[in-house]
Write a protein that binds this ligand. Structure first.
Ligand code: RIB
Length: 305
């Protein structure tokens, strides 16, 4: 298969508990439900891109266990080329422990497992996937050295390079910024990257300004119900959020990133691609779980029509 979107990133099995609220330190709470759900920022973005009209391939790493098998199968079921998802012996598949509260907010702890075993050699081995793609998408749930290698290689190959810097714990290495066409953090990631609290559209504009000063190209800061701030140099535009009844915000950002990537790969312009990603993300928060919540192209087009 010739993929036009290549996602290089993580696959996690999400262990999801629903509870009235998030627990405090040392507290035991009674939850309402529990489910194991395919997730991981990389896999979620791959599934979003595939459901939303992209031809998608993924490079990643899972353990040789039941979760790893299920996660690869979930990608294959979406028509995603997963020859680049290596199955590593002697390591468990990555997991995410997620608590979702009654206000649809979540708290997540991830354990990298197989994601931490991804190597630059995996990117080299599947260079054909990278060369064939138009758009290459990375996040930060795999080793930084592999992200750097992938971003530089994709940039040198002339691909449109998207980095969703999630999770972010501090500023990005400066040389990365020159390799990335679209940097897509959420509010807390923008704060981690810049040191500036991002609680409003104005804050997001300032944070984008700092990222440009540091060398970033186009920046898209996702702001939850406040929408999206797009900034390119001195130009910026706010796309207001869509009003929806949120049930679970898990993977909303991933749906935006995957939808945006697929839309660019389908030839939509930047502004259309942002509006498309936003509509997809708004639909995703009305359903529970990571990959199960991601809408199809037909569902998004219906909302946009
Ligand atoms: O962005 C949501 C994802 O973050 C979850 O699916 C979880 O696996 C963590 O990686």
């Amino acid at each position: 298969m010739q993929a036009n979107v290549l996602v290089i990133g993580s696959l996690n099995m999400d262990l999801v508990a629903q509870a009235e609220r998030l627990p405090r330190a040392g507290e035991t709470l009674l939850g309402q439900s529990f489910a194991t759900v395919p997730g991981g920022k990389g896999a979620n973005q791959a599934v979003a891109a595939a459901r939303l009209g992209g031809q998608v391939a993924m490079i990643g790493c899972v353990g040789a266990d039941a979760y790893g098998h299920a996660l690869r199968q979930a990608l294959a079921d979406e028509g995603i080329d997963c020859q680049g998802v290596r199955v590593a012996e002697d390591v468990a598949t990555g997991i995410a422990m997620i608590v979702v509260d009654a206000n649809s907010q979540n708290a997540i702890v991830i354990v990298a497992g197989g994601n931490g075993q991804l190597e630059c050699a995996d990117i080299e081995r599947f260079d054909g996937l990278l060369q064939a793609a138009d758009v290459v998408v990375c996040q930060l749930e795999i080793p930084y050295a592999v992200v750097a290698f992938a971003l530089e290689r994709a940039h040198q190959a002339g691909k449109t390079v998207i980095l969703n810097p999630a999770p972010a714990s501090g500023p990005l290495p400066q040389e990365w910024l020159a390799w990335v066409d679209y940097l897509i953090p959420n509010e807390s990631e923008a704060q981690a990257l810049t040191g500036l609290a991002v609680d409003s559209v104005d804050d997001a504009e300032q944070a984008a300004g700092l990222l440009h000063e540091a060398g970033a190209g186009k920046v898209i800061i996702t702001l939850g119900e406040r929408g999206v701030l797009f900034a390119a140099g001195a130009q910026s535009r706010h796309y207001p959020g869509r009003k929806v009844q949120a049930v679970d915000t898990t993977a909303a950002g991933d749906t935006f990133v995957g939808g945006f990537a697929a839309a660019l790969a389908r030839g939509l312009d930047e502004s259309q691609a942002i509006a498309f990603g936003q509509a997809a993300a708004a639909l995703s928060v009305t359903h529970a779980g990571a990959q199960p919540s991601i809408p199809t192209l037909a569902q998004v087009e219906q909302v946009l029509s």
